[in-house]
Structure formats: structure tokens, C-alpha cells
Design a protein around this ligand. Structure first.
Ligand SMILES: [Zn+2]
Length: 188
């Protein structure tokens, strides 16, 4: 195997590190599932099984990621290993359009969400450290920005008119005044 340059060594270390992280995360998930699946067993069997699955998944995922990333980092032109790195990253907004969603709420108001949706074109340029060969990869994705939420109040319901109390007619004597009269008898 040919000796790697410092850049290639750094790239190799980075690939191994991220592969190890992926392996650890997926290994922990698989180990957790195994621990749960062995629910009826003794705790020694459960822990042993979970650890065994964790180790198997960790090693499998790690070597798979290293292999995949290493082949991606191998130059197609000069076949140098760990020589391809991203050297440029450009994002360009191709179009942006306003968007809106309306969502009815339990209290009959409406939640109105508005945002601007950008169609973004990303160009990543990869360069070989050995022969200087460059390759541009273009991809597109949409991104949300300026997201705003507003609550539109519920439409005012027509209230039944009969409920309002009729105004007291003028001229009709109220009973309160006449009641106090007869009881307090004048002495003179
Ligand atoms: Zn090359």
C-alpha cells in the first residue's frame, strides 16, 4: 500500500470516526431493541444479548460505512485512496414563492401559517488531492424561510335577537315605590 499524504490520513481518520459514530448509534438502538425483545428472560441473558447485538451491529455498520466512504473518496482518474475532498460549496436560489396553510382550531379560529419556499440549487465540487481532478455534483432542495403564524379569530356568530331584554316602558309604575307607601302610616 502506498504511503498516504497528511491530507489523505486526515480524511481517512475522519471517515473512520464518523463510521464509528454511526456504528455506535445504530448499535445502541439494536441493543435496546434486543434488550426489550428478550423481556421474558433473566436480566443476565437480556444484558448479554443486548451487548452481543450492539457489538455485531457496531462492527458491521462501521466497516460498511468505512468501505462506502473510502470508495467514494477514491479518485476515479488516478485511483488514489482517501484523496477526494469537497473543495467548494455553492448555494443558489432558483425561485422563491409564498406559501400558506390554514388549519382549523378547536375554538373555531383558524391558524394561518405563511412562509417563503425557496428552491435552492447546491453545487458541491470535489477535488482529488493527488491529480487535481475536479468533479461538480449538483442537487436541488427546497427550504422554508420567514415562517409566520397568525390566529384568525372565529367568524362572529349571529346572536339570536330575542334574548335581549325589552326596555322598560315609560309611564308604567314599578311596584317597588307603591309597596313602601301603605306600610309607613303617617302620624299627623
Ligand atoms: Zn486523482
Amino acid at each position: 500500500m502506498t504511503k498516504l499524504s497528511p491530507e489523505q490520513e486526515a480524511l481517512k481518520a475522519g471517515i473512520e470516526k464518523s463510521a464509528g459514530i454511526w456504528g455506535a448509534i445504530l448499535g445502541l438502538i439494536a441493543g435496546g431493541i434486543a434488550y426489550w425483545a428478550l423481556g421474558g428472560q433473566s436480566s443476565a441473558v437480556r444484558i448479554g444479548g443486548a451487548v452481543a447485538i450492539l457489538v455485531v451491529v457496531l462492527i458491521g455498520i462501521r466497516s460498511w460505512r468505512i468501505k462506502a466512504n473510502s470508495s467514494a473518496a477514491t479518485c476515479a482518474k488516478c485511483s488514489a485512496t482517501f484523496s477526494i475532498t469537497r473543495t467548494d460549496h455553492v448555494e443558489k436560489v432558483l425561485s422563491s414563492e409564498p406559501k400558506e396553510t390554514r388549519e382549523a382550531q378547536p375554538d373555531y379560529s383558524t391558524k394561518v401559517t405563511t412562509w417563503t419556499e425557496d428552491l435552492v440549487e447546491t453545487t458541491n465540487t470535489y477535488t482529488c488531492a493527488k491529480c487535481g481532478d475536479t468533479e461538480a455534483k449538483v442537487s436541488q432542495h427546497t427550504s422554508k424561510k420567514d415562517e409566520k403564524e397568525a390566529i384568525e379569530p372565529a367568524p362572529v356568530k349571529e346572536k339570536p335577537a330575542a334574548k335581549s331584554k325589552p326596555a322598560a316602558e315609560p309611564g308604567v309604575a314599578t311596584s317597588t315605590k307603591s309597596k313602601s307607601g301603605p306600610k309607613g302610616s303617617p302620624k299627623k
